[in-house]
Write a protein that binds this ligand. Sequence first.
Ligand code: GUN
Length: 297
Amino acid sequence: MKGDTARTDLVVKAMTIIDGKALSEKVLKEIEKEHSELEKKVGRKAGLAVIIVGENPASQIYVRNKIRACEKVGFHSETIRLDENITEENLLLEIEKLNNNSNIDGILVQLPIPKHIDGLKIINAISAEKDVDGFHTTNIGKMMIGDETGFLPCTPAGVVHMFEEYNINLEGKDVLVIGQSNIVGKPMTLLLIKKRATVQVCNSKTKNLSEKLRKADVVVAAAGSPKLVKASDVKEDVVVIDVGINRVDGKLCGDVDFEEVSKKASFITPVPGGVGPMTIAMLIKNTFKSYKQKIDK
Ligand code: GUN
């Protein structure tokens, strides 16, 4: 019979879409449970304060999602909305108030902030013990030397969490990071090194990006350039992490051409529903860590 003949020409490839939404919900559920027990003993909730300066529409959405996550896990949250013309001095005063507020464990200033304000000065004005974004010079230094009392930047920490949950071993793997921002590319590189990966970091000046991409076992795309990574750029069974959140014709898309690249990948993150929710889960995790550190003191 025709159907009995073994097919040797058919290769069924397994591709896994990394479900950042489900994974983030799992993280949030665990925190919600532990927090509700601790809250009864301590007599106060963990608290996050989010400062937003100006009316950037994308920032409004990100902040709303962060506050929603706080509500989901039962944290106290505050949003401080400031005019885009606020002086640096007045913004520093707002941060100082939150540094001294004992109901607040985590403070973040949503980026970007207006150009007349010195971003680094603002980030470093947040108490390092409340810097749940993990952007303060002290926390970056702690990450560099592996001091685990600090806070890891949320997006790279979320990506590492994905690798761990999906049992993706990075030891000896060639990883290509596209983008060298302080928020993603640079800290991502450090965390990948810690996992014993061999890391190459590219930027907009990099020559022959496609050639480099084709050699990579793992790609972390954080360039902010829609559909930059094409199927012809990657090798079979590549692991692809798409950090990009771009809006094209009103629709969200990543830095990776998901539809085409997913046909070659062994693991891939979607946009939306991949790295984004994990970033927020790690923010909540950092805020809870800060709360517990304060209780222990
Ligand atoms: N803008 C884009 N991503 C982030 C983030 O992770 N934290 C803050 N504070 N601002 C951002």
